[in-house]
Every structure is written in C-alpha cells, then in structure tokens.
Ligand binder design. Structure first.
Ligand code: PEP
Ligand code: MN
Length: 337
C-alpha cells in the first residue's frame, strides 16, 4: 500500500503516520520527494487493507499495490477449463451456446425447447425454476417440479443443465438435479449465497449485478473461490444506465477486461443485456467478436404465452439462424462453436 501525504504535511505528522503504521505491526518506508512525501506500507496486503490509513492526519490518499481478487486473477499457469456436465468452457477454441426458456413452465415446453436448441447447436440447457421477479405477484417459478422437468429434458437430450439458485436453503436439493448453479444479477452480492455455493461441488455461473462494477463482480467471484470452489463462470448481462431505449446496456467492455484480469471463462447474455428480441442477434455476434467464451440466449417456442421475458425470447428458428452466423463470426476470430 502506498500513502501519499498532503502537500503541507509536517514532520510531526509524518512521524505520527510512521508510528501508527508500526503500531499496526507493519513497516513504513518514507520517501521524500521535492514536492511530496510518499510512505510505502509493507506487510500482508489483507491486514493493511483493514487499517484506516486514510484517517491519519496528513494523509491525502492511499493506493493498493495488489488487487484484492487474487484467486480469480491470472497466476501464470493456464487455468483448467470449467466444465458443465462434460462441456468445457474457456478452452480458447470453442464458443459454447447455453440456451433455453427464461422460466421452466411445463414438462412439454421444457422438452420441446430443449430439443430445438440442441438441434440448433446449443450445448447446455438453461431454465429458471426459482425466478427472481421484481414483483411478488409475478410468476415465481415451478420450484422443485421445474428442476425435475429440466432433469428429464437432460435425460432426453443429453444436454447438461444450468438453473438459478436464490436461497441457501435450497442448495442440497438443487445439487440433486442441476449441473451448474446460476447466481442471478440480483443476488450477485448476496454474500451468504456466494459462500454457500463456494462450498458446492457444482460449477457456478455468476451474473453481474445490474448496478455492479467489474471490480464488484470480481470480488463476488473471489467469495466463491475463497470457499474452495474454483469452477466459476462470469456472466456479463447488461447494466443499468441512463438509456431507456433498451432494457439494460450490455457492457461489452467487460469482456476483454474480464479475460485479461481473470482466469475465469466469460459468458455473455445478450438477451437480458438488450432485452429486445430484434436486436439480440447483433449483440450476440458482437459478444463473440469481443472474445466471449460462451453465450446465454433465451429461446421460447411460444413467446407470446411465455410466463416471463416473452419480449426477449427468440423463436427456435431465429436461434438456429443466429447459431449459423455465430459460427461465421467465431471462425473470423479463430474460434468455433
Ligand atoms: C435469467 O437468466 O433468467 C435472469 C433472471 O437473469 P438476470 O439475473 O441476469 O436478470
Ligand atoms: Mn429471463
């Protein structure tokens, strides 16, 4: 940690800063420049971070040297891919397609959509059984019945499944059905939930909170890894901005940044990112060009009757056409689907 002192700092204040730092069990190195005095604070970064250094009189600002998300950061070794079922993510070659309905609505609906997305090229089936709805009066999901329908669709198609967990109390039950746990945008900073899934044997796809910075997302991922679960996928799904023309603003800036700053595969969800069916394909293609390892796209065979997010669901044939174009863009950036 580096302390920058105020321009008018006195010698007595510098002595006091050094005294405080040493009292914390840390070491201080004073560097006197012609204009400013800088103090290097040496010791374990986690201990230093806890100390209120900026509160000491004469301190102007404090800078961290190390990033606080060390487990998610690259460490010089090639990270093993994260797998859902037997589908690897983050291989550097494949772009993986995750698709299915927003909500699991019935056995027939789940099965029909699972078959059509599989035929189009999806490798993982998605579907919500526990839905994080803004209104308590909106459809909340089928619960455990929904998980059963997903598991049946996996048995019929061979597609592994991903579904959202909203409650720590559901983990043991959900582990019986699903291949991957999704943490939704609204729960990205539900730290109890992050710690709980951090102790699961299942991989976790962590969606970025719609008001969360990239740094917040990385620290939430760090919670999961620090509990012992290294199998985390990061998902950019759009953030809230002043723009009202779209549901969210898909932050494709996050893709190359997450790729550079972490060892974790990056998924992009253009469906929630833009929220308007007509423009999802363009953003899906842009995400692949930006370097995404996977796409998550909602598909419904009867969007006008969908119980959630019908406005942003692609019809199966539109999804199939999109997959063809994803293949072309993937090839252009040295990858395939
Ligand atoms: C979803 O994937 O259906 C979902 C609810 O996403 P988010 O948490 O990103 O809103
Ligand atoms: Mn949805």
């Amino acid at each position: 940690m580096i302390i920058i002192t105020q321009p008018a700092v006195t010698d007595a204040q510098i002595d006091h800063i050094v005294e405080r730092v040493e009292e914390f069990g840390l070491k201080a190195e004073v560097l006197r420049g012609t204009m400013r005095v800088v103090i290097g604070v040496i010791g374990p970064e986690d201990v230093i971070r806890e100390k209120p250094l900026a509160a000491i009189p004469g301190v102007e600002s404090v800078f961290a040297v190390m990033k606080p998300y060390r487990l998610v950061s690259p460490n010089g070794t090639k990270p093993p891919p994260v797998t859902i079922g037997s589908v690897p993510f983050g291989t550097g070659e494949k772009v993986v397609l995750i698709s299915g309905p927003c909500s699991v609505e019935s056995e027939e609906q789940t099965l029909a959509i699972a078959h059509s997305v599989k035929n189009a090229g999806a490798r993982v089936l998605r579907g919500g059984a526990f839905k994080p709805r803004t209104s308590p009066y909106s459809f909340q999901g089928l619960g455990e019945d929904g998980l059963r329908f997903l598991a049946d669709a996996r048995a019929a198609t061979g597609l592994p499944i991903i579904t959202e967990i909203m409650d720590t109390r559901d983990l043991a039950m959900m582990e019986k059905y699903t291949d991957c746990l999704q943490i939704g945008s609204r729960n990205m900073q539900n730290f109890a939930l992050l710690k709980e899934v951090g102790r699961s044997r299942l991989p976790v796809m962590l969606k970025r909170g719609f008001s969360a910075t990239i740094n917040d997302l990385l620290l939430s991922a760090e919670y999961i890894l620090s509990e012992g679960n290294p199998n985390v996928l990061l998902c950019e799904r759009g953030i809230r901005t002043f723009e009202t023309m779209t549901r969210n603003t898909l932050d494709l800036n996050a893709v190359p940044i997450l790729k550079a700053k972490t060892r974790l595969p990056v998924v992009v969800d253009p469906t929630h990112g833009i929220g308007l069916r007509d423009y999802i394909p363009q953003m899906a293609l842009a995400a692949v060009a930006a370097g995404a390892d996977a796409l998550m796209i909602e598909v419904h065979d009867n969007p006008e009757r969908a119980r959630s997010d019908g406005d942003q669901a692609l019809l199966p044939e539109v999804f199939a056409d999109l997959v063809r174009r994803v293949r072309a863009v993937a090839a252009a950036v040295g990858r395939d689907v």
